[in-house]
Write a protein that binds this ligand. Structure first.
Ligand code: URA
Length: 280
């Protein structure tokens, strides 16, 4: 039996090697491991003792570790149930509850928390990013890590903060290992962010990064082409659709890697300020 110190050393070794989180796309139920360990089966096959050593007690064939079934729904069915849940919500609190109930997106099962939104629900401006990262997942709030600090500075540059602006993401759950969300994940969760926008009804939307811009505008151009342009977001609210001016901007995580682009980002943020002032 390893000692506590040995186990801690092993853990430290994994962390130093970068293995500091569970990053499988779906959780594995290790308690449901095959009744006959795989190693024994392999050994039995190579020694020809398949019947004697490896046959499982029942007639059922031995299984590998079972993945927990996350959703029996197809992506289209999951999107349909997201749509139903989202449209039934008539307040932000109801929408949040609906998202907590939703079982159609496997990201929910690997995330620690639902990251719904932060800031002033009556804000004139709503910033929409991609998906929570590790810090956001831990705290249950959007943009609280390194890129969040840069976004806060960008918002502060136009005289606002989280008491006057509102921040959320396309996806409310963190993709494992901070990978890019898949098209399916975005499509399945889209009804929730669309309803979120309808319930907020901001005067201006800021689409933070390429994933947010392409998901909400349905356009295929990259963020370099879209940023800095005033475009229109169209709500398809069954109670009466509406249009909101929106501007895609570079994602702060991208700006942290490409600091030469900060000048363009600065220009975009000033254009957003001007637009908001012209609406007063
Ligand atoms: N990146 C995002 O797009 N959203 C967050 O909440 C954090 C990082």
């Amino acid at each position: 039996m390893p000692t506590q110190a040995e186990l801690l050393n092993l853990l430290r070794w994994h962390i130093d090697a970068g293995a500091d989180e569970a990053i499988g796309d779906s959780p594995t139920d290790h308690f449901k491991a095959a009744s006959v360990p795989e190693r024994m089966q392999r050994q039995a096959v190579t020694t020809g003792r398949v019947q004697a050593a490896a046959a499982p007690p029942s007639s059922e064939a031995p299984r590998r570790r079972a993945s927990v079934p996350l959703s029996l729904e197809s992506p289209a069915a999951a999107e349909g149930s997201a749509d139903q849940l989202a449209n039934a919500a008539s307040t932000l609190a109801e929408l949040r509850d609906a998202m907590q109930q939703f079982e159609g997106c496997s990201l929910k099962h690997t995330a620690m928390n639902l990251v719904f939104g932060d800031g002033n629900p009556d804000a004139d401006v709503m910033f929409i990013g991609e998906a929570p990262g590790a810090d956001e997942d831990r705290e249950g709030l959007p943009f609280v890590g390194v890129s969040g600090r840069l976004l806060d500075r960008m918002i502060a540059a136009i005289g606002m903060d989280r008491t006057s602006a509102y921040i959320t993401n396309i996806l409310p759950w963190r993709p494992p290992g901070n990978r890019k969300p898949t098209t399916n994940e975005v499509t399945i969760c889209l009804p929730f962010i669309r309803r979120h926008i309808e319930l907020m009804a901001p005067r201006v939307l800021v689409l933070v990064g390429g994933t947010s811009a392409s998901a909400l505008l349905g356009r295929s151009e990259g963020i370099t082409k879209l940023r800095g342009r005033w475009l229109v977001y169209r709500s398809d609210d069954p109670g009466g659709g509406f249009e909101i001016p929106c501007m895609p901007i570079y994602h702060p995580a991208y700006l942290l890697r490409q600091s030469a682009l900060k000048r363009d980002a600065w220009r975009d943020i000033l254009a957003i300020q001007e637009r908001l002032q012209s609406m007063e």
